[in-house]
Design a protein around this ligand. Structure first.
Ligand code: DGJ
Length: 568
């Protein structure tokens, strides 16, 4: 393997005298949560994914790194292309990767690298020409009529080997130039892999494998993890008597196609067969990378959704939640599976990926105003360790609503991380359809109501910055104490143990966190306070404590701390 030597700037960085190299970025369990650890501390990704071709030249990225920092990101999710890393077989070129590291470091940003290797959105457009044009050594998948797809077959052993060698070389390079600074914090292996146009590959090798019994390593995994497998697979396997051998249809049931219900598991045996072989292949690639530099690695999915409701319509073989056990069984070098979310009902999908042992890591999310509110819900409710709008390089920081969301999250992220796995935090998301939300927290029933940024005085509307969406996070920071970030909504707190006490607010402060220290900007009382439930004017319900956010003329999020007390 011939490599371009790391440029001088990296060698200097790497050879810092006496530098103590701490553990590389990794995942740690915290209660039933999983956290990303970077430079020895829990880390919350305020991310954004660049467009596919943005990092194909350092020139194009020149002005973009600062825009990322101006949007209050701490991490940029960015592609590395097999065709540009290894344009000639066995000759690796990391000059472009080094320019990404330099650009990110100048803005104090981290990177999550996307390995655009054998597959991207199902298709094989990023392998180098010497792979793409050798159809024999690097075979394509085929449809049932024997026609080749524009997708490498997972049965191409040389393809897997070549992809693994390139990704392994990339990870080795990252270890050499970044192990100490840890700019790179994770790697995504391939992108939305899976077969379009058919639930399975029909090459001879694939058809022979599909006719053979379910491989022993998968059966062994399912048998030894019987009480821990995904409910969808458990019910299919149970319906067939928990067979521990047989064909894919013997074990998981007859293949059916239900076009009336996108949530049905159409073509399940074919899909699990296809997932098995994608997981084997991508697991080999990931293992080579992990061997070189063991940072967190994951795969992302073009998700199952109403308009892409069955495998082959969405890329068959991709990491859809019900297939997670197959990924775990045959691709142990991968740490989790992740969703790319472009659908309207995003919260449902986020919760689909919040499964035991699988952190919520969202590498791609549709950008815009709604997302900027949903981000707070994802961090607060789903304990997401990464949120990342796609196409983050598109609009200016001042025009991108995520800028203000991330400004608020940046202040609170260590407080948020401290709540992971403790049940002391909830996320808020409301819109013009779901205008209310309720949950229990800290001994109170908390009710959220969307206010839509209407500013009023003595009941008269004096202005509005009506927003169709509202997002926030509520943290129970101590007995009867809450820290809340939000805008455009109000909260009321009703004790779960009701008695005839009257509730009042001991203190209500508006402020900021600076290096995790609270700095009060206003003590809210009188007109700005809320009293118990009576808003200080004897109105409302004294059996509740209330909190309403002042309208934010700048659209910035407000952070408040409050403590409730009771009296009879
Ligand atoms: C999902 C893919 O993962 C991205 O690379 C990009 O193609 C987006 N779709 C575009 O919507």
């Amino acid at each position: 393997m011939i490599k371009i030597l790391p440029s001088l700037v990296f060698l200097i960085g790497y050879l810092q005298p006496g530098a103590q190299i701490m553990s590389s970025p990794h995942l740690e369990k915290k209660g039933n949560a999983i956290q990303l650890i970077v430079q020895g501390k829990p880390f919350l990704v305020r991310g954004g994914e660049l467009h596919n071709s943005s990092t194909s030249t350092a020139e194009y990225m020149r002005g973009i790194w600062k825009k990322m920092a101006d949007k209050n990101l701490n991490t940029v999710i960015t592609a590395v292309y097999w065709e540009m890393v290894e344009p000639i077989e066995g000759k690796f070129n990391f000059v472009l990767v080094d320019s990404m590291l330099a650009g990110a470091r100048q803005q104090n940003l981290h990177l999550v690298l996307l390995w655009f290797g054998s597959w991207k959105n199902g298709y094989s457009t990023y392998p180098p020409t010497w792979v793409k044009k050798d159809f024999v050594k690097y075979p394509r998948a085929k449809d049932k009529n024997g026609k080749s797809f524009q997708m490498l077959s997972t049965f191409g052993e040389s393809s897997a080997k070549a992809d693994a060698a390139a990704f392994g070389a990339l990870m080795q390079h990252i270890k050499e130039v970044d192990e100490h600074q840890q700019t790179v914090i994770a790697a995504q292996v391939e992108n939305e892999m899976g077969l379009f146009g058919s639930p399975r590959d029909y090459t001879d090798a694939a058809s022979k494998a599909f006719a053979a019994p379910v491989p022993g390593d998968l059966m062994k995994y399912l048998s030894t993890h019987k009480n821990d497998i995904q409910p969808e697979i458990d019910s299919a396997w149970k319906a067939n008597g928990y067979k521990t051998s047989g064909s894919w249809e013997d074990v998981f049931g007859k293949s059916v196609f239900d076009k009336t219900n996108w949530k049905a598991l159409s073509y399940l045996p074919e899909e699990l067969f296809t997932v098995y072989h994608y997981a084997k292949y991508v697991g080999t690639v990931a293992a080579e990378g992990k061997k070189a530099y063991a940072i967190p690695m994951y795969v992302n999915a073009w998700i199952k959704q109403d308009i892409f409701g069955y495998p082959g319509r969405y890329p068959s073989g991709g990491p859809i939640p019900h297939t997670m056990d197959v990924w775990r069984a045959v691709a142990p070098a991968l740490d989790f599976i992740a969703p790319d979310i472009y659908i309207k009902d995003a919260l449902y999908t986020i919760l689909q990926y919040r499964r035991k042992g699988n952190p919520v890591f969202i590498p791609e999310f549709r950008p815009g105003l709604q997302s900027a509110s949903e981000a707070l819900w994802a961090y607060g409710e789903a304990e997401a360790i990464c949120f990342s709008p796609f196409g983050i390089d598109d609009i200016e920081a001042a025009d991108d609503p995520i800028t203000k969301t991330y400004a608020g999250i940046a202040q609170m992220q260590n407080l948020i991380l401290q709540q992971h796995g403790r049940g002391t935090m909830h996320g808020i998301y409301m819109d013009t359809i779901s205008k209310g939300q309720e949950f229990d927290l800290g001994g109170y029933r908390v009710t959220a109501q969307k206010t839509g940024g209407i500013s009023t005085f003595a009941g008269f509307t004096i202005g509005s910055k009506s927003s169709p969406f509202a997002g926030g996070i509520v943290i129970n920071s101590g007995k009867d104490e809450f820290v809340v970030i939000g805008k455009d909504f109000s909260l009321s707190f009703t004790p779960l143990q009701m008695d005839d006490s009257t509730l009042d607010v001991e203190y209500l402060e508006e402020g900021h966190f600076v290096n995790d220290q609270w700095v009060m900007t206003r003590k809210l009382n009188g007109d700005e306070g809320t009293g118990g439930g009576d808003y200080g004017f004897g109105f409302g319900n004294p059996r509740k404590a209330a909190l309403r956010f002042p309208v934010s003329p700048t659209g910035d999020y407000t952070i408040v701390k409050m403590k409730i007390y009771k009296y009879k």
